[in-house]
Design a protein around this ligand. Structure first.
Ligand code: GTP
Ligand code: MG
Length: 262
């Protein structure tokens, strides 16, 4: 991580909310967000949810000029939805792009602390696994999966991050522009690891702030075995490549960290 330095003001904020079958959650989360951070705009990224979440988003947008909707044709995963949202936000000259789930797991009331930290950083990660971070109502197997996954990421990628899989984040637009987003193919949890890993390798300042993560009470999780498998496969591949690169650099006596490409 680089030293904090004077950075330009963060600029216009947009909160990207990916949705798939979140009809009941969406209005609740948008209402909380609009109260907690009234200056932030909202972009709902809906993958043509069969339960009619897209129509709910349209109603919210009709009632509030700061709410926008991107309707996507089909379910393509969280990563693809966020990439479409980033592209939209960059085109519309936002200075900060926030990632936040629709299911109530991320607290809009804690967004302010992420934005405050962004004054001295390029990327801020809301973190469950740093001092002060907590999870509420998570079954033990989810905790084990999350803690274990993060240990695996630290061991393989050597990333100094407590919670690389979390999805409550704020990026400066300038940071996203440097991340080669066209090359990102990850979909599930590993989308978050992928972006954190790219940001760190790009030499950006990535900081973590503690958050309270609350298990959803409405609707169904989209977490699946396929998402876990994708993460395991990708992180293992990146890690092996990275560790081979380190061995090569030891043999050839040159530092390679900053030149590694995925
Ligand atoms: N647009 C879009 N949104 C998605 C997709 N999959 C999940 N989401 C949304 O992404 C957010 C996170 O998904 P969740 O189902 O809560 O998954 P999770 O938070 O990783 O897992 P849990 O901890 O079990 O809730 C929610 O707002 C979902 O509606 C998708 O394929 N497309
Ligand atoms: Mg969730």
């Amino acid at each position: 991580m680089t030293q904090p330095q004077a950075r330009p003001p963060i600029g216009k904020i947009v909160v990207l909310i990916p949705t798939y079958n979140e009809r009941e959650n969406l209005s609740l989360i948008v209402a909380r967000l609009r109260v907690a951070v009234p200056e932030a705009d909202v972009l709902v990224l809906d993958d043509n949810s069969p339960d009619g979440t897209g129509a709910v988003a349209d109603r919210l947008a009709a009632d509030d000029g700061q709410v926008h909707v991107l309707h996507r044709m089909r379910k393509e995963g969280l990563g693809a939805a966020y990439l479409a949202g980033f592209a939209w936000a960059l085109e519309h000259d936002y200075g900060v792009m926030v990632e936040m789930d629709a299911d109530g797991s991320h607290q809009p009331e804690q967004l302010r602390s992420l934005l405050v930290a962004l004054a001295d950083a390029d990327v801020v990660l809301g973190s469950r696994w740093v001092p002060g971070g907590t999870v509420v109502n998570w079954p033990i197997h989810r905790k084990v999966l999350s803690v274990g996954g993060n240990v695996y990421v630290r061991v393989l990628l050597g990333m100094p991050i407590g919670d690389a899989t979390g999805g409550f984040r704020a990026y400066r637009a300038s940071a996203l522009r440097t991340l080669d987003l066209q090359q990102v193919a990850s979909q599930g949890y590993c989308f978050q690891v992928d972006l954190a890993w790219r940001a760190i390798r790009a030499g950006l300042s990535v900081v973590e702030v503690p958050i309270t993560f609350v298990e959803r009470t409405i609707g169904d999780s989209k977490m699946s075995q396929d998402i876990v498998k994708e993460s395991l496969r990708s992180i293992t591949m990146w890690g092996v490549r990275y560790r081979f690169g380190q061995v090569r650099s030891l043999v050839h006596g040159e530092p390679r960290w900053h030149r590694l490409k995925s």
